[in-house]
Design a protein around this ligand. Sequence first.
Ligand SMILES: [Zn+2]
Length: 266
Amino acid sequence: MRYIEPHAHMVSRVTDDYERMALAGCEAVCEPAFWAGFDRSSAAGFYDYFCQLTEYEPKRAAKFGLKHFCWLCINPKEAEDVKLAREVIALIPKFLERPNVLGIGEIGLNKNSRNELKVLEMQVDFAAWHNQLILVHTPHLEDKLKGTRLILDVLKNDKRIRPEHVIIDHVEEHTVGLVLDAGHWAGMTLYPETKCSPARAIDILETYGNERLWLNSACDWGVSDPLAVPKTALEMKKHGHLAAVIDKVIFQNPKTFLGQCPKFKI
Ligand SMILES: [Zn+2]
């Protein structure tokens, strides 16, 4: 089995996780910028985080033959403070040309607040201006449908954004159709407790087909499983999915989307 982990927060994981992922067939891991589990007190905290994502983490992954890529942004959970968001966005240009940076993400909404929406628009504008791919985080539980609709409107209203350059992550049964119909890619996040279980993800694949969809673990500092993607692939095999179909979902699809950034080479 070979796969790409397109969404994992490796700064929160131990080195043994890199080894386990490599043993399971992982060929590349991609790390969107996200919340640290606590609010940073200043933009300087983000500067250090961006250095960690672009300098230190690729070296840690390389020890296990794994390529490490990342996405940069201020995440929606810390986007309530618009002044801080402006300061963080101003830091990004000096990191954009670094060899493992794929685009802007994970931007999006958390509580669907007015300030989060303003910061989302700022970052979509930034991505369009710099011709970057976009990775979007959608809110949890009851906020997800409304948040997904708001996000789709923001993307649609910016005529510079090409839908195929955007992946909307953490989709579920009630949002995946909206995302695919808008021409975007959709990511299913496999979490042990919330978000998608392997069984639900397989149902979604069987309902919507396997075009413009990918699977990720989004493993972070919380209850999560860095091997969720290969474990789901095994479940797909048990369901009778052909090896070529499994390879498309866990390897070819992320490779196609991410390959729109010339820096993504594996
Ligand atoms: Zn994430």
